[in-house]
Design a binder for this molecule. Structure first.
Ligand code: PRP
Ligand code: URA
Length: 366
């Protein structure tokens, strides 16, 4: 088990005791996120958010946070979607916070607890399992809320479907649905919607601290760590989303998959596939405005995986429930990001209400 631990200056001595205790008990992967001394004051939110991030991003299995009372650490860590920080004064609360609440961060007060009690609480908390059952239902209500307020913050082992209900996205989707919208406007709006969606999808891209010299001073700043992205439009209609995304992430590599849907069988037919050589090292966004039966999207994902793609997400504008089920059924690890989830498919496999044939509307070929 990987444990991220942090404290402010007031709890630094307790942190040293707990780290030594964990090492003695055989926990080898302990990530000490600071602070490094008790002689300089530090701000508890800085440490709480570092540890919280490690847990929320699954870089650590559990987190432990210590400050004078433990309260500030718990307040700050619980701001982070995916963090369930339990502030515990006794063994019973620590045990219940695991059994019923599946807490993944423990906060303790160094000025409230003796080191012996803190060690006891920590041991119980680390060794107690979540009971699941009715408690899973309750926790999923919290997770649903987190997903609503921050769709891309929530990591999960299973593929999720995220519908972007941002007003700007919804407004633009209404215009592209309108049969009277011109090809020019349709094309522009598809780019804009794709850009807005990817702006949100990339919210958790890792940053590194850099130094920048402004005309006035040298200052700390942040730059993208350089996580490798690839976008893969499904031809034709997926091409309409590419430029809107490249404007935001100009260094993303672009692959192409050619698929069309046989009008009789509705089955996808492959006619082209060219992907970046290092696709296995990239986070991959497959682009297609329409997810109807899901046949094309599922085939595109299979093609990318067959060529080594590991972390794949699907970005579409309008999805049908049938397509969502198909993609999650065939590829349970893939997240689906959509701007709208429509009602159903008609007898010809078109999304209702949808927007008609996306390729034709983008390229004026009707
Ligand atoms: C459309 C759309 C998807 C597919 C969706 O492409 O862009 O790729 O249909 O349908 P499905 O979920 O039932 O597979 P189309 O086959 O019309 O090709 P085009 O983009 O070249 O027009
Ligand atoms: N492809 C489209 O372009 N539109 C649909 O509604 C379904 C498949």
């Amino acid at each position: 088990m990987k444990i991220a631990i942090g404290s402010d200056h007031a709890a630094f001595p307790l942190k040293s005791i707990l780290v030594a205790h964990l090492r003695e008990k055989g926990f080898e992967e302990i990530l000490d996120m600071g602070t490094d001394t008790d002689s300089l004051p530090c701000d508890y939110p800085d440490i709480a958010l570092k540890v919280g991030e490690m847990v929320a991003q699954r870089k650590a299995d559990r987190g432990v946070l210590l400050c004078g009372t433990g309260v500030g650490m718990s307040i700050a860590a619980n701001k982070m979607p995916g963090v369930y920080a339990a502030h515990c004064h006794d063994v019973e609360t620590a045990s219940m916070s695991r059994r019923h609440n599946n807490s993944n961060v423990l906060t303790l007060g160094a000025r409230i607890l003796s080191p012996e009690t803190a060690v006891e609480i920590l041991d119980v908390w680390l060794s107690t399992e979540f009971e699941g059952d009715r408690h899973s239902r309750r926790l999923s209500k919290i997770a649903d809320y987190e997903q609503k307020i921050c769709p891309s913050c929530c990591l999960s082992d299973k593929g999720k479907t995220v519908i972007f209900d941002h007003p700007l996205v919804q407004h633009k989707v209404s215009i592209i649905r309108d049969k009277n919208t011109s090809v020019k406007e349709f094309r522009e709006l598809v780019q804009e919607i794709a850009g807005l969606m990817v702006y949100e999808i990339t919210r958790n891209l890792p940053l590194v601290k850099i130094q920048v010299e402004t005309p006035l001073a040298l200052t700390d700043a942040y730059a993208l760590e350089g996580k490798k992205l690839a976008i893969v439009p499904v031809l034709r209609a997926g091409l309409g989303m590419v430029d809107g995304i490249l404007q935001l992430v100009p260094n993303a590599k672009v692959g192409h998959i050619g698929l069309y849907r046989d009008p009789e069988t509705l089955m996808p037919v492959e006619y082209y596939c060219k992907l970046p050589g290092d696709i296995s090292e990239r986070d991959i966004l497959i682009l297609d405005p329409m997810l109807a039966t899901g046949g094309s999207a599922s085939a595109a994902i299979s093609l990318v995986k067959a060529r080594g793609g590991k972390k794949v997400s699907l970005v579409c504008i309008i999805a049908a429930p049938e397509g969502v089920s198909k993609v999650h059924g065939d590829h349970p690890d893939v997240d689906i990001f959509a701007a709208a989830l429509d009602s159903h498919l008609n007898d010809h496999g078109y999304i209702v209400p949808g927007l008609g044939d996306a390729g034709d509307r983008l390229f004026g070929t009707k």
